[in-house]
Design a protein around this ligand. Structure first.
Ligand code: UDP
Length: 161
């Protein structure tokens, strides 16, 4: 939960969402994008790519000492990912609840992982876990010019102006 001291809700908060290689293989990209669109968030960055070992090591710098890190590295670099930046009021926290808990066995039905996840090591999506994490990850995955600034015509319907 990010507190906003001004009276207007912060619609510019951003988070990084990635469809992992299993999600791409299983043709789930469209369904995942649709969930974020339907929730009223604004897509400001989108690309498909293969992840280098180096980028993944930076992305998961906190996990590098974990016993499962080598298998995460192998899995995440095994095929293309689709990485996105979504923007909107409380998007970081809302995305985490839309994505569900890390292990699909614990993830509630209705969440991405609760609906599509098959195993903790095949949990379909990544979502930044904090505002600071999101800012760090967006810088890592996107160059400034790859993010698109645009005005939503329904801005005032999405959030109290
Ligand atoms: N992971 C795994 N085995 C584990 C724990 C995590 O393969 O025992 C993978 C899993 O795909 C997870 C990722 O490592 O999404 C990053 O773990 P983290 O604890 O940051 O979970 P997340 O923030 O993705 O829910």
């Amino acid at each position: 939960g990010q507190r906003n001291t001004s009276s207007a809700p912060d619609l510019t908060e951003q988070t990084l969402i990635a469809v992992k290689p299993d999600g791409v293989q299983r043709r789930l990209v469209g369904k995942i994008i649709q969930r974020f669109e339907q929730r009223g968030f604004k897509l400001v960055g989108l690309k498909m790519m293969r992840v280098s070992d180096d980028l993944l090591a930076q992305h998961y710098c906190e996990l590098r000492a974990k016993p499962f890190y080598p298998s995460v590295l192998q899995y995440m670099t095994s095929g293309p990912v689709v990485v996105m930046v979504w923007e909107g009021h409380n998007v970081v926290q809302t995305s985490r609840s839309m994505v569900g808990l890390t292990n699909p066995v614990d993830a509630s039905p209705g969440t991405v992982r609760g609906d599509y996840g098959t195993h903790v090591s095949r949990n379909v999506v990544h979502a930044s876990d904090s505002l600071e994490g999101a800012q760090r990850e967006i810088k890592l995955w996107f160059q400034g010019e790859d993010l698109v600034t645009w005005e939503c015509c329904d801005r005032t319907s999405l959030c109290e102006p």
